[in-house]
Every structure is written in C-alpha cells, then in structure tokens.
Design a protein around this ligand. Structure first.
Ligand SMILES: Nc1nc2c(ncn2[C@@H]2O[C@H](COP(=O)(O)OP(=O)(O)OP(=O)(O)O)[C@@H](O)[C@H]2O)c(=O)[nH]1
Ligand SMILES: [Mg+2]
Ligand SMILES: [Zn+2]
Length: 387
C-alpha cells in the first residue's frame, strides 16, 4: 500500500520515502527548494539521482509514483546546457538533479533542469588541456561518502599513486579506504603491501582482498552502509569491477532499486555507473583513470602527509621551504629517519602541483571553496571514526 502525503510526496506504507534509500536527505531537499524558487511558475520539479552520464543524455533514478523507484532517461534542458560554463557544473554520476516531466507527455524523456549542490565530489584536473593556459575541474563522482582506492598487488603497485588518489579523496570530502586487490598473487596475503599502503596514507583504513575467492570482503562490507555511496577508483585492470561483482554476487536474489550489477566485470569499464547492492549500499564503478592529476588540495596534501606536516609545524621559520634553512624540522626528520625520503619527495611534488593550481584559479572562488573543503575534510575523518 502506498499513499501521498499532503506535500504530494510518494511514500511507502511504512512512511519512508523511497528516495531515502538513494541517499536523499534534507541537504538536497533544500537545494531543490532553492531551484524551485528560481524556476518558472508552474514548472513542477522532482528530484532524481544520476546513475549514468551518456553523450547528450542521462540515466536517472526517481520516484515511480507507486512507492518505489524507477530508472528513466533524461536529457538536459536548454537552460542547463546554456548555463553550464564549466565541465564541473555539468551533472556527474551520483549527482542529484531537478527533473521536469517531458513536454510531450509520459512517453517523452524527462528534462534535467539543474544540478543540486553537492555534498562531496571526487574531482581531478581535466586531462589534456595543458597546452592551453587554463585548468579545469572534472567531477568523476558526486555525493560520495567513501572512496575506495583500489591498488592491485603486482608490478604496478605504487604507494605514490595511492598518495595522489588519497589527496584527491580528502579534497572530495569522502573518506579514503585503501583496498589492495589480488592478494592471492602475494606470498603473505598482501600484508607487506598493506604496510606500504598504510604509510602512503596514514589515517586511511587499508584492507587486502581476493575478490574471486571472497577473501577480505567482509572487512570491506563494514564500510558499505545502506543509503551511503562509495566510488571505486584505481588504474585499469586493478580489479574494481571484479570487486563490485563479488560484493553483489554474494548477496543473491536482490532487486535493488537502481541497476543491479550484471556480471559485466570481465570487460574494461567504459562509463561511470551507480550500482545498488541488495544491502542498500551504493557503489559507483569507474573506468581506470589513465591520468590522475590533482585538482587543488594543498590542505589535503597536508592531511595525507601528516608526519611531514606535523614536523613542519616546528620549523624555526614559519615560511620555511624545508630545503636547507637552519632549524628545519622536516630536514631533521629526514636525517633521523622519521621521515622517509620517498615521502618527502612525493610531498614536495604534490604540494607544488597543488600550489600551481591555486595560482591558476580564481582566488576569491577558491576562498569560498576552502571553507567548504574544511567542512568536508572534517566530515570525511568523522566517517571513519564513527565506525
Ligand atoms: N589473480 C587475481 N586476479 C584478479 C583479482 N581481481 C581481479 N582480477 C583480474 O584482473 C583483471 C582486471 O579486472 P577488472 O575487475 O576488470 O579491473 P578494473 O579495475 O575494473 O579495470 P577497468 O574497468 O579497465 O578500470 C581481470 O582479468 C580479473 O579477472 C584477484 O583478486 N586475483
Ligand atoms: Mg572495470
Ligand atoms: Zn622546514
């Protein structure tokens, strides 16, 4: 049984809005109200979550009017296309959007009018624009609670890449969780690599898994809360889709509201797609990123390199560049071995990259961004603390 409450919201018999299972909350409801206030009178808008972004259209999940959810295709409104000055403002997978019914009745594709403000977003610097003197943000996944940084055991394992992803995850507001896959390829169940991963990002939990035989999956499930969204990040071939496949496959017979994982895992992933697990947790699978360049994040670099940042606080000069000044606590740490040489070099490189981006982007816009970033980082740390 279902009923419409006096606001016209479809709810289930137990009074729950089906959108709540997709992560809908007051934060987004306020965003939708703001869009409605600015919209033309009479243009009824409804909330929907972007499951996949296609060329010129989106797949979204919205209320079906019968107490459940349905998947629909939607196209951008003329206004959205016109307003979108930047790539980052375009709907990304995981975004909540304001949807209007298609003008030609039920058969017509719905129209996305606006993107609602994001609670978090995993962004990178858009690839391939280095020749031009501009930098642009590309949103890989929006409104995510946790970012699984997937690194496969083997020759390609790189703590430096983990540091880079972890910095981006910190900047996003999501909690980084490191997953070492293909643990079966190591002689020790992955423990040596876990130790390396732990040094690369000291505050993030790190787990080793072997998805095909299920090893380690229960430890990972602790981070998959119903209604929360995670994103799988990592190089192509690192085992992201295999992991998703295993997480979904062990929970058989489920009918998730959003698309269920359909065992396509053996193929290289080509789109960023939001999947729903039967447990109610959501996961965004992504194609391996060939190039992960930072998008801002000087503070986030500091969070990932906490041992260096802590030492830097006791340098004699507050503007110490840590490259030869007297009384430099970072160089002292290098000398006594408490700071590893590779970490120091990696920290310098990422901090330089972040500073470069800072100077390239608008200072005022950045200041606003900083405040919200601080809030996000606090939330990200709280997420892991609360489990
Ligand atoms: N030995 C071993 N192989 C694995 C494991 N997990 C995944 N693989 C293999 O690694 C290969 C790549 O796995 P995928 O899951 O497609 O990798 P992906 O990260 O989704 O790659 P993209 O979609 O291209 O980004 C496949 O041949 C998998 O069978 C594992 O735990 N152990
Ligand atoms: Mg894949
Ligand atoms: Zn110093």
């Amino acid at each position: 049984m279902r009923f419409l409450d006096d606001t016209g919201t479809a709810t289930t018999a137990d009074g729950r809005d089906p959108l709540a299972g997709l992560g809908w909350c007051d934060f987004f409801a306020e965003g939708l109200e703001a869009v409605e206030r600015g919209a033309r009178r009479g243009a009824a808008l409804e909330p929907a979550r972007v499951i996949e972004v296609r060329r010129g259209s989106f797949v979204v999940a919205a209320r079906d009017g019968a107490g459940g959810l349905s998947e629909r295709e939607a196209r951008p409104s003329g206004r959205l296309s016109g307003d979108c000055q930047s790539e980052a403002a375009w709907p990304a997978t995981g975004d909540w959007v304001a949807l209007r019914a298609g003008p030609d009745g039920p058969g017509d594709a719905a129209v996305v009018e606006a993107v609602l403000p994001r609670r978090s977003a995993f962004s990178r610097k858009a690839a391939g624009d280095a020749r031009y003197d501009r930098v642009a943000e590309q949103v890989v996944a929006a409104n995510i609670d946790a970012a699984f940084i997937v690194a496969a055991a083997g020759n390609d394992f790189s703590p430096r890449r983990i540091e880079r992803y972890a910095t981006l995850a910190m900047e996003s507001g999501a909690s980084p969780i490191i997953v070492v896959t293909k643990a079966d390829l190591t002689g020790d169940g992955g423990s040596a690599l876990l130790e390396e991963a732990g040094k690369a990002c000291p505050f993030a939990p790190a787990l080793a898994v072997c998805a095909p035989d299920g090893t380690g999956l229960d430890g990972l499930r602790r981070f998959l809360r119903p209604g929360a969204t995670s994103v799988l990040l990592g190089s192509s071939g690192s085992g992201k889709s295999t992991l998703l496949n295993a997480l979904a496959g062990n929970e058989l017979n489920a009918t998730g509201p959003v698309r269920e994982y359909d065992q396509r895992g053996r193929h290289t992933t080509t789109s960023r797609t939001l999947f729903s697990l039967p447990s109610g947790a959501m996961i965004i699978d992504t194609p391996g990123l060939r190039e992960v360049q930072l998008w801002l994040g000087e503070e986030s670099v500091g969070a990932v390199f906490s041992e260096i940042e802590e030492a830097a606080a006791s340098c004699r000069f507050s503007d110490c560049s840590h490259s030869g000044e007297p009384g430099c606590a970072v160089l002292a740490g290098l000398a006594d071995g408490s700071i590893a040489e590779e970490r120091y070099r990696s920290w310098q490189r990422l901090a330089r990259e972040a500073r470069f981006l800072e100077t390239k982007t608008n200072v005022l816009a950045r200041r606003e961004e900083k405040d919200s970033q601080k809030r996000r980082s606090r939330r990200a740390k709280a997420y892991n603390k609360n489990r």
